[in-house]
Design a protein around this ligand. Structure first.
Ligand SMILES: NC(=O)c1ccc[n+]([C@@H]2O[C@H](COP(=O)([O-])OP(=O)(O)OC[C@H]3O[C@@H](n4cnc5c(N)ncnc54)[C@H](O)[C@@H]3O)[C@@H](O)[C@H]2O)c1
Ligand SMILES: O=C[C@H](O)CS(=O)(=O)O
Length: 492
């Protein structure tokens, strides 16, 4: 049981795991190290967790390798039954999982519960999708031959995940991996291991065999180095910053690993003159301030056409200023704290830089009395491309508003970054939807909405926002190899 008294009530305290999961056993890190987990809303320690290293990661890879044969040889239907039980257990324990998530990540409890159900949706979706890994019988080129294309699981997968969605980003990887017949080693973010360990606890209760899922919180460099260098790891799936994604891509080259990279964003949100104003304000608030602006698909730049600019700014500022900021466990709080002091410093730097370059703060702008790592919803008008906020992902509750005249100017501005994850635009013009939807260089485009996430849709970035897709039937292929079988000697 945890060495610190977890300060929040759980119906099922056994969900609180604080050791590594390797080969079906909960164990301390090889060196006995432990890390302290902090509630970002209060700064208080809520648990200590085993702090693993390279040796623990190697043991986990060996366990996943040993488990791969039996797991991949089970039928897709049999794996689906086990995944379905896992889904049912996650939903049954959603309240406890949400409490654990808010405690370590800080998002409002209702948002945390939404994340749990969103993550569970991937388990439900891939329990079924695994039964549809269809192959092909190819019309033969030689009499007496049969040509087949069959799909087979890649093997041992390493999954490295971020703190901002500490459950859903893991479920979004493990669900397709296991459905395809792969096994996995997960390295969760140092700030938020409890959600990963609770999810793994439920996987064990669901009957997922020892070694199929291994979870090794701890030293990112050491564990990451083992996962990239170990030739038994055939696939690396990473969600996190573009900088770390580049590093992992380089380190995976020596063993030619298959890669899925879900990286940083810098989402433009464009409001055209003909937009439904209320819908545009709602969509911009939803996209910008979800998870206190700490999502990869948050609107990072808001581009508003001249004719609607002042009306939009007035409504948007009022809505942003009305958001209630506080501890995620308090009822009706809509925005929790930032994850840590480093995140707060970046937000402050972006605001200071924007003001220094002529921006006007219309609401928020300073933490004031909030204290800790809280920062108020902030809107800055008069934004320009000279500002850092135009090129860098703020990952906080700051909305810079850029003004534009013509459609092609907005599209050019929207595309003028190395990122290409999400983009949004608001218009009631069908022809414009067709034009701009295709002109934006992004993997995910929301039209007249700021909320696009769904397990049945392909999610991923273009340019330097990543490789591959998660969710939808496409997400399964990232864990499958396509084999060509050429069978001769069948002539009568
Ligand atoms: N595209 C997406 O789906 C998506 C989703 C969530 C977050 N993100 C991005 O993630 C970033 C915020 O998350 P973050 O701060 O956790 O990102 P991060 O890149 O700092 O960390 C992500 C994960 O990588 C690990 N890591 C860091 N350095 C490593 C190394 N040298 N070797 C191995 N692992 C290492 C971390 O411990 C963590 O588990 C933002 O840029 C956000 O846009 C993208
Ligand atoms: O932060 C990144 C997540 O992928 C956002 S979403 O929950 O998938 O929309």
């Amino acid at each position: 049981m945890p060495t610190l008294p977890f300060p929040f009530d759980l119906r099922d305290a056994a969900l609180l795991r604080d050791e590594l999961l390797v080969d079906g056993a909960w164990a301390p890190a090889a060196g006995g190290a432990r890390a302290t987990i902090v509630d970002p809303a209060t700064g208080t320690a809520i648990a200590t967790v085993a702090d693993g290293g390279a040796l623990d990661a190697r043991r986990a890879v060996d366990a996943a390798h040993a488990a791969f044969g039996p797991w991949s040889r089970r039928t897709a239907k049999d794996r689906a039954t086990v995944l379905r039980r896992w889904f049912d257990l996650v939903v049954e324990h959603a309240d406890d999982l949400a409490t654990i998530l808010t405690a370590e990540q800080g998002k409002p409890l209702a948002e945390a519960r939404g994340e749990i159900l969103y993550g569970a949706g991937f388990i439900e979706w891939y329990a079924e999708e695994g039964k549809r890994a269809y192959g092909e019988l190819i019309p033969t080129n030689v009499e007496g031959r049969e040509l087949l294309a069959i799909k087979q699981p890649i093997g041992v997968c390493a999954a490295i995940t971020p703190w901002n969605f500490p459950m859903a980003m893991i479920a979004r990887k493990l669900a397709p991996a296991l459905a395809a017949g792969c096994t996995a080693v997960v390295k969760p973010a140092p700030a938020t291991p409890l959600s990963a360990l609770a999810l793994a606890e439920l996987a064990q209760r669901a009957g997922i065999p020892a070694g199929v899922i291994n979870v090794v919180p701890g030293d990112a460099e050491a564990i990451g180095g083992e996962l990239t260098d170990n030739p038994l790891v055939r696939k690396l799936t990473f969600t996190g910053s573009t900088a770390v994604g580049r590093l992992l891509m380089r380190r995976s080259a020596d063993t030619v690993k298959k890669l899925s990279l879900e990286l940083g964003g810098n989402a433009p949100l464009i409001v055209f003159d003909d937009a439904d104003l209320d819908r545009a304000v709602r969509g911009a608030i939803d996209s910008k301030f979800r998870n206190a602006g700490q999502t990869c698909v948050c609107a990072n730049r808001i581009l508003v056409q001249d004719g609607i600019h002042d009306a939009f700014v007035e409504r948007f500022v009022a809505a942003a200023a009305a958001l209630r900021v506080g501890n995620g466990f308090e009822p009706d709080v809509q925005q929790g704290p930032l994850i840590d002091e480093r995140a707060l410093a970046k937000v402050r730097d972006h605001v200071a830089d924007a003001v220094a370059h002529g921006g006007t703060v219309r609401c928020g702008g300073d933490a004031g009395e909030l204290g800790g790592t809280f920062f108020p919803p902030t809107v800055i008008t008069g934004a320009t491309t000279a500002m850092r906020i135009a090129d860098e992902e703020t990952f906080g509750p700051v909305a810079p508003i850029f003004r534009f005249r013509e459609e092609d100017e907005a599209v050019a501005l929207a595309n003028a970054t190395e990122s290409g994850l999400a983009a949004y635009f608001f218009t009631r013009d069908a022809a414009r939807i067709a034009r701009v939807g295709r002109a934006l260089e992004h993997g995910v485009v929301g039209v007249n909405t700021g909320l696009i996430s769904y397990e049945g849709a392909p999610f991923g970035g273009v340019k330097q926002s990543g490789l591959g897709r998660e969710g939808s039937r496409h997400g399964l292929d990232d864990f499958l190899e396509l084999k060509y079988l050429c069978i001769d000697g069948l002539a009568g």
